[in-house]
Design a protein. Structure first.
Length: 440
């Protein structure tokens, strides 16, 4: 069974603890139970981040801890190494790992599974990296919560009305599900803050921009129209076919030349594969690592990849690759486990395939849209389905419990208006090493 290193257990190294890596490691330990294989996961984080609920962390409904799944608890049979993989040596079969104190280590593998995910895609827009923030980490989510509450507070005592207005203006760029959910959650937090301060909520301005001409194209035209209607009914200005040309510390400039004074800018326009992919010297497609239908890398039968970092052929859409979603990452994680185990003689390999389960999108108080299995839902019913789905999909009982109680608390009590202020400026900035590409 473990024929790789005579006398030594087979070492399967999984790089990354996101949806794909987590699911792969979890399924591998089950598939290889009873063999002498060792599953080793290497990630800079000791948790798996449940990203779909980050907007609710930003909106103050959930604690950041609730959406971080502790690896030590959820993957108790996996050996965990906390560190970043900087390089993979395909001849020596090792990965080079750096830990948080810059200690380095070589970790040997017989199979390596590359799932380093993605980072926010930046464009070459002056001031973007300095003045905007993304939404890929708990620190970024907490930044938005704290920034919004702090700016509302400061605006109240500002003697210059123009500065006060800038403090009360939030610009979100990117109207796909993540940016739209973030806007809706921050709007709800701002409304709560306004009502406690006897402030007209209309004084807190929200602008949601997108270069495309639709909001949330992922949910189709009918639900997209409903979303637009709800956002506008909440006083959110939605400007489609619009993006930014420049950002400063106290303003942004739109591409029609309008200058909008603001101190809070969210950049949620999409992702690009994690920087590790560029270092591998392997073929890529749209910046993602090219893999075969069975998720192995051509010419390297012992190297596998999946999730946002990989260009996985989409069997349902010939000639395309699967979009970077958690739904695909989880299933690719399972497919990776199956095919890695098969490469060790346990079970049979199969090409990646999937069935579209639809999307759930929470849009703040009493409203969501969802299209489970193609059935279009909106309003309160969609809200119930959305919350139930997240509780079901969360891969750890303690996290599920915490989120369920936070939802219950949200039904009974107003949103807490607390900016704890533990996130430093550098922690909330875009991940180091993000690619600056040409604007398309
Ligand atoms: C705000 C937000 C909301 C979203 N909502 C949804 C949703 O509702 N539905 C949906 O389907 N998708 C959603 N997504 C998309 C989804 O989060 C991604 O598609 C998914 O996380 C991809 O999983 P992954 O495992 O490929 O990568 P990731 O989840 O990005 O995980 C990558 C992992 O690799 C680690 N890593 C990175 N570089 C290295 C390295 N060099 N060495 C070691 N480890 C490394 C990272 O620390 C991380 O643990 C959302 C994304 C965001 C940001």
């Amino acid at each position: 069974m473990t024929y790789e290193s005579a006398g030594e257990p087979t070492r399967i190294v999984v790089v990354g603890s996101g949806f794909a890596g987590f699911e792969c490691a979890r399924s591998l330990t089950r598939r290889l139970r009873g063999t002498d294989a060792r599953v080793i996961m290497i990630s800079p984080r000791d948790y798996m981040l449940y990203t779909p609920l980050l907007p609710e962390v930003a909106g103050g409904i959930l604690d950041a801890r609730f959406v971080t799944i502790p690896l030590s608890e959820a993957l108790s049979d996996v050996e965990l190494v906390t560190g970043r993989v900087d390089a993979v040596d395909f001849d020596a079969r090792t990965v080079h790992v750096t830990d948080c104190e810059q200690g380095v280590e070589e970790v040997a593998w017989d199979r390596v599974v590359l799932t380093p995910g993605s980072v926010t895609r930046l464009f070459d827009i002056p001031g973007l990296a300095e003045h905007a923030r993304g939404l890929k980490s708990p620190a970024e989510a907490l930044y938005f919560r704290d920034q919004l509450l702090t700016q509302i507070e400061l605006a109240e005592r500002d003697t210059d009305p123009r500065v006060a207005d800038a403090r009360r203006t939030v610009v979100v760029v990117g109207a796909s599900y993540a940016g739209t959910e973030l806007t809706a959650q921050l709007r709800a937090l701002a409304d709560e803050a306004a009502s406690r301060r006897n402030l007209d909520p209309a004084k807190i301005r929200f602008l949601l921009l997108d270069a495309a001409d639709k909001v949330m194209p992922e949910v189709g035209e009918k639900l997209g129209d409903k979303v637009l209607e709800v956002l506008r009914s909440r006083g959110i200005e939605v400007r489609l076919g619009t993006t930014l040309t420049e950002l400063g510390s106290e303003h942004v400039t739109l591409d029609d030349g309008t200058v909008v004074p603001t101190r809070t800018v969210a950049w949620v326009t999409g992702v690009t594969a994690g920087p590790l992919v560029d270092t591998l010297g392997l073929p890529t497609e749209k910046g993602r690592l090219t893999v075969r239908p069975d998720l192995s890398v051509d010419g390297h039968p012992d190297v596998f990849a999946g999730g946002d970092a990989a260009a996985v052929p989409d069997p349902k859409n010939s000639g395309s690759i699967t979009p970077p979603t958690a739904q695909h990452a989880v299933r690719q994680g399972r497919a990776l486990a199956r095919n890695v185990a098969a490469s060790l003689g346990v079970g049979d390999a199969k090409p990646y395939t999937h069935r579209d389960m639809g999307l759930v999108v929470d849009l703040g108080p009493g409203f969501a849209v969802a299209n489970p299995l193609g059935i279009r839902l909106s309003g309160f019913l969609a809200k119930v389905v959305t919350r139930a789905y997240h509780l079901y999909a969360m891969p750890n009982a303690a996290n599920r419990w915490a989120v369920a109680f936070a939802y219950l608390t949200d039904l009974i009590f107003p949103r807490p208006l607390v900016s704890i202020g533990l996130v430093t400026d550098s922690e909330s900035r875009f991940a180091a090493g993000v690619e600056i590409g040409a604007q398309t």
